[in-house]
Write a protein that binds this ligand. Sequence first.
Ligand code: SF4
Length: 212
Amino acid sequence: MTSEKIEALLNPQIQKSIEQIKGLLRQIENKTIGFQKQTGLHCKKGCGACCLSPHVSTTFVEVLPLAIELWSNGQAEQILAKIERSPKQGQCVFYGPYPKIRTNGRCSIYSHRPGVCRLFGFSSTTDKYGKETLMTCKVIKETYPKDYAHAQKCFQDGLASASLSGYTLLVGSIDPQEGGRLYPINHAIKKALEYIGFYTKSFCFRNGKQNG
Ligand code: SF4
């Protein structure tokens, strides 16, 4: 079943939230790419250290577009089974580390990844004094100190990066019930897969089909 057809099975309010989330994800992606281009700051080639953390968390609503895609391309059941086998708060099921260097690897659903994965390393957040500060990761800071210093200067001179705090508020306003609730990433993906699965399976059952 195509992702458009799956989306059409959902209730209109959820459809609207999904479209808003997709727009928001595109927006922060473009802003981050623009910031990287203008400052020269970038990830270390092949690095996937941030995906190794067992503390990556996201909201249910942000991974609904991904869940739709996985039901559409037939990978949903396999991913659900993989999550069932993973430790409760383990690393993301979509991270594929290279065998020789675990901190290097790749995301297998890169174009559908949630906001946290797009913002990490290149966003700003509001500090305890209400001031917007640039956030990046330890690997970037240590590997490219000059680019980092340059990015800090650009940021202080007014070049905007995607704002984590602004993004969080927008997700919360798109879905007041679920938009502010963070889950470990695998848990959020499982919840979204089960939710979308309910609609796709009910549709297939009603229409006498084995699967989507
Ligand atoms: S979704 Fe992709 S980028 Fe995000 S934590 Fe998982 S593997 Fe990493």
